[in-house]
Write a protein that binds this ligand. Structure first.
Ligand SMILES: Cc1cc2nc3c(=O)[nH]c(=O)nc-3n(C[C@H](O)[C@H](O)[C@H](O)COP(=O)(O)OP(=O)(O)OC[C@H]3O[C@@H](n4cnc5c(N)ncnc54)[C@H](O)[C@@H]3O)c2cc1C
Length: 487
C-alpha cells in the first residue's frame, strides 16, 4: 500500500474535492501526494530548474486518463504529462500545473504485426523494449535516443526524438503512423492509423513534437524497420575536432550515408574511457564513431572508402570493430557518455542545437570561445552527421555564479547556432529551457500561428502550460511560487 493511502489528505492549491474524485478513478498506487515522494519528480534531465508537482497521478489505461482530464477540465486545473523524465529541456517541469500525469504504468506492447511492419504500444513503453520485442523476428524500432533504455515512446513522440541513427533512418515523426490522444477535455481521439498513406491534414504530425501541449498520447502505432543484414563500425581518431568535422562533411559529400556518425571530443573521451574502458585513445583530440549498415556484400568497400576519406581529412588511425562485442563496447561508451560526465563535475547542462553540417568547425570554435568567456568547461558529444550538437556545460549548482554562467553559456551557444543558419533544437525540444530563445528564430506572427494551432487541441492551454511558445509580452518570465532555478 502506498504511503498515499486514502486517509492522506494532501495540501492542494485547487479545490480539495478534486482529490476525492480522483480517488474514485485511480487505485491508491496510482496517486502520489506525499511530499518526499513528489520530490523525485521535481525535474527531468534539465536539472537547473526544479518544481515538484502537488499531485502525481499514474493511470493504467486511456479510459483513466480520459476520466482524469475530463475532471481537471471541469475544475479548470492544469496538468503536465510525464513519461520517464529523461527530457533535457524541462518539458516535464510543472510550471503553473499542479498535477503531473505520468504514463509509466501504461507500458504494454499491445500488438506486433511484422507482416505489416507495425507495432501498437501504450505510450509508457520504454523505447528499447519495442526493439527487444521484435529483434528475434529481424526487425527494430529505428529512432534510438541514447536514453533508449529508459525513455518512453510518449516522451519520444512529444519531443520528436532522434538518436545516433537519425542520419539514415530519420526521427520519430518518420516512424509513427497513428496515435491515440486524450484531449485536454477528456475526449479520446484517434489520429492516423496503421496505413502508410493518409489523406487530409497531418494531425499526427502536428502532435509529434508538440511537447505535451496537445493532450496526452496514450497509444501509438509504430513503423518497424528490417534489421540490416550487417554492420561495419569504425572508430576514426583525430588530433582535433576541426579535422574530425571536415571528415564528416567529406563522407556525406562523397554520397555515403552511414547509419550514424557520432563525435566525441577530448573531454568526453577521457570521461568515457575512465568509465567504460572502450580502448579510445585518451590523447585524441576527437573521435568519430561511424557505422555503415545494409547488405553485407558492399560494406567492406564502404568501410574502405570511409577510411580513406577520414585519413584524407587528417585521421591518424581508423579502426574497424572486429566483432559484435567490440561494436557493442564502442556504442556503450557513446550512448552512456552523458552518464560518464558525472565524473567531471557535480552538475552539467546538455545543450542541443543544430547548424548546417558544413558549419560544424565554426560552431565548435564558437563553443570554445564561449567556454573561455564564461570560465566553464564544455565537452562535446553529438550526432555530427546531422549537424546536431550537444555541448555539455559543466557546473556546480552549489556555486550560484557558475549556475548563472552555465545558463548564459547555453544561451550564447544557441544564439551562435541561429546566427549560423541553424536551429534551437535538434531533438531535445524547447520545453521550459529555451522558450525565451524562440524569438531568435520565429517572428511574433509565427508564434501566434503556433499558438493558434495549439489551441485547436487545447483551447484553455491547460496541457503543459507555459512551455514551448512564448507569447509576445507574456509568459517568458513566468512567475510562480513553485519554480526555482538553483541560483
Ligand atoms: C542520457 C540521455 C541521453 C539522451 N539522448 C537523447 C538522444 O540521443 N536523442 C534524443 O532525442 N533525446 C535524447 N535524450 C532526451 C530524452 O531522453 C528524450 O527527449 C526522450 O524522448 C524523453 O522521453 P521521456 O519519456 O523521458 O519524456 P519526459 O522527459 O517524461 O517528457 C518529455 C516531454 O514529453 C511530454 N510527454 C511525455 N509523455 C507524454 C505523453 N504520453 N503524451 C504527451 N506528452 C508527453 C512531457 O510533458 C515533456 O514535455 C537524452 C536524455 C538523456 C538523459
Amino acid at each position: 500500500m502506498s504511503r498515499n493511502g486514502t486517509n492522506n489528505k494532501p495540501q492542494l492549491s485547487f479545490d480539495a474535492h478534486v482529490f476525492g474524485e480522483i480517488q474514485q478513478i485511480l487505485d491508491a498506487e496510482g496517486i502520489v501526494s506525499h511530499r518526499s515522494e513528489l520530490k523525485v519528480y521535481e525535474c527531468d534531465g534539465w536539472t537547473i530548474e526544479k518544481s515538484a508537482p502537488e499531485l502525481l497521478l499514474r493511470p493504467r489505461t486511456a479510459a483513466e486518463v480520459s476520466a482524469i482530464l475530463a475532471l481537471l477540465h471541469r475544475r479548470s486545473v492544469s496538468y503536465v504529462p510525464r513519461g520517464s523524465g529523461t527530457g533535457l529541456s524541462g518539458g516535464a517541469l510543472p510550471i503553473s500545473a499542479p498535477v503531473m500525469i505520468c504514463t509509466t504504468r501504461m507500458n504494454r506492447i499491445l500488438k506486433i504485426d511484422t507482416a505489416n511492419r507495425i507495432a501498437e504500444v501504450e505510450s509508457g513503453v520504454v523505447n528499447l523494449h519495442v526493439t527487444n520485442a521484435v529483434r528475434n523476428q529481424g526487425f527494430f524500432y529505428a529512432p534510438d535516443p541514447s536514453s533508449q533504455m529508459a525513455c518512453s515512446i510518449g516522451g519520444n513522440i512529444a519531443e520528436n526524438s532522434g538518436g545516433p541513427h537519425t542520419l539514415k533512418y530519420g526521427v520519430t515523426t518518420n516512424h509513427v503512423l497513428g496515435l491515440e490522444l486524450v484531449l485536454p477535455d477528456g475526449e479520446i481521439a484517434q489520429l492516423g492509423g496503421p496505413l502508410d498513406e493518409r489523406c487530409g491534414y497531418d494531425l499526427v504530425g502536428a502532435v509529434i513534437g508538440a511537447e505535451g501541449t496537445a493532450g496526452i498520447v496514450t497509444k501509438a502505432t509504430l513503423r518497424l524497420t528490417r534489421t540490416p543484414e550487417a554492420h561495419r563500425t569504425l572508430l576514426a581518431i583525430f588530433a582535433d575536432v576541426e579535422s574530425a568535422t571536415k571528415a564528416v562533411s567529406a563522407i556525406i559529400a562523397a554520397g555515403i550515408i552511414p547509419g550514424a556518425i557520432e563525435m566525441m571530443d577530448q573531454l568526453i573521451i577521457r570521461a568515457v574511457e575512465a568509465a567504460f574502458h572502450a580502448g579510445i585513445p585518451e590523447d585524441a583530440g576527437a573521435v568519430l564513431l561511424i557505422e555503415l549498415d545494409g547488405l553485407a556484400c558492399g560494406l567492406n568497400d564502404g568501410a574502405q572508402r570511409v577510411t580513406e576519406l577520414a585519413k584524407a581529412a587528417g585521421a591518424r588511425e581508423v579502426r574497424v570493430a572486429r566483432d559484435e562485442a567490440e561494436r557493442a563496447t564502442l556504442w556503450k561508451a557513446r550512448k552512456r557518455a552523458f552518464g560518464a560526465v558525472g565524473r567531471l563535475a557535480p552538475n552539467y547542462a546538455t545543450q542541443d542545437g543544430v547548424v548546417p553540417r558544413t558549419r560544424l568547425p565554426d560552431i565548435l570554435r564558437a563553443i570554445t570561445q564561449i567556454s573561455v568567456r564564461h570560465n566553464l568547461k564544455i565537452g562535446n558529444v553529438f550526432h555530427a552527421g546531422d549537424g546536431n550538437i550537444h555541448p555539455i556545460v559543466l557546473y556546480d549548482e552549489r556555486n550560484p555564479s557558475e549556475v548563472s554562467r552555465a545558463i548564459e553559456a547555453g544561451r550564447d551557444i544557441l544564439k551562435a547556432c541561429v546566427a549560423m543558419g541553424g536551429s534551437l533544437t535538434g531533438e531535445h525540444g524547447i520545453g521550459a529551457e529555451k522558450m525565451a530563445e524562440m524569438p531568435l528564430l520565429f517572428s511574433p506572427d509565427d508564434l501566434i500561428v503556433m499558438s493558434e494551432l495549439r489551441r485547436v487541441f487545447d483551447p484553455h492551454e491547460r496541457s503543459n502550460p507555459n512551455k514551448v511558445i512564448p507569447m509576445p509580452g507574456s509568459c517568458v518570465e513566468v512567475a510562480t511560487p513553485h519554480r526555482q532555478a538553483a541560483l
